[in-house]
Design a binder for this molecule. Structure first.
Ligand code: AMP
Ligand code: MG
Length: 269
């Protein structure tokens, strides 16, 4: 079963309250051993990203979504640590600007999708338009309700044109968020990560969980699957996500482009 246990299969119902953010069931050793395994796996990911860039045939889009303090930033830092900045781009989606708000919600997103040989990570994404927008009532239901279909079709378009899509929900518990918020408040070097507004989102926790469940149920497809990652333990989160990425990239069967004719006979003067 492997990492497939975390994939939301098309047609599945998602019950986040039944998925334990603390579980580490796919790893049989201890935490220290997992950290070692992660180093090897990370090297594999780096090599695959190099190959992706060199081959220049596939496009890879990784979507990260989660509640505040669930670890989006540290996941990006730790997993993509050794990758080549030439082929990897991180795109964060914040509160839309006035110009962005004047357009449809996919307008700001499409222009950042990966080209050939590129890997792009979305730190938040078009899903905010069925998450925060729904929970906070920034658009009426008639409006956001249609977006699940748009999003499915949009992602299918990307996939049909050669994009490999992986979507990760970092699943932490409400208690874990509390602990991480407290940590941020107690450490002046982390104050910048905390906004008072984060507490308003925390107060709407159950509404967010319901919105996440709907989003994942309605947009997890064969070509653009969602994965619910148990994320209370950072070492496990990093190991699982990296495994999934490595497996998916290996399945692309990429190869370095053929060398020019006659390289074998060349002598460098
Ligand atoms: P952070 O990622 O913590 O720096 O915060 C970015 C903020 O932008 C979060 O509170 C998001 O909910 C918010 N945001 C992102 N996209 C949208 C959107 N489409 N509409 C409203 N708020 C958004
Ligand atoms: Mg934040």
């Amino acid at each position: 079963m492997g990492m497939d246990r975390y994939r939301v299969k098309p047609g599945d119902k998602v019950h986040l309250d039944r998925l334990d953010p603390d579980e580490t069931s796919a790893w049989e050793g201890d935490k220290a051993a997992a950290k070692e395994a992660f180093v090897d796996l990370n090297a594999k990911l780096e090599a695959l990203q190099e190959l992706l860039y060199a081959e220049g045939k596939h496009k890879v889009l990784i979507v990260l979504q989660a509640m505040d303090a669930a670890g989006k930033d540290s996941t990006i830092r730790r997993i993509f640590d050794g990758t080549n900045p030439q082929g990897v781009k991180v795109q964060s989606f914040k509160v839309p600007t006035e110009e962005e708000r004047a357009h449809d919600y996919l307008w700001r997103v499409h222009q950042h999708t990966p080209g050939d040989g590129e890997m792009v990570l979305f730190n938040r994404s078009h899903y905010e338009d069925v998450l925060v927008v729904r929970v906070k009532g920034f658009a009426p239901k008639e409006r956001w309700e249609k977006r699940y279909d748009h999003i499915r079709h949009f992602e299918q378009l990307l996939a049909d044109e050669g994009t490999t899509i992986l979507k990760f929900f970092l699943h932490i518990s409400k208690d874990e968020q509390k602990a991480r918020f407290e940590d941020r408040l107690n450490d002046p070097t982390k104050h910048w990560k905390f906004r008072k507004g984060d507490l308003a989102d925390r107060a709407l926790w159950d509404d967010y969980m319901a919105a996440y469940e709907d989003a994942m149920e309605r947009t997890s497809t064969a070509d653009a699957p969602w994965y619910v990652i148990p994320a209370n333990r950072k070492w496990y989160r990093d190991w699982v996500i990296t495994r999934i990425l490595v497996e998916r990239l290996e399945a692309l069967k990429m190869a370095f482009p053929p060398a020019e004719e006659g390289l074998a006979d060349l002598v460098i003067a």
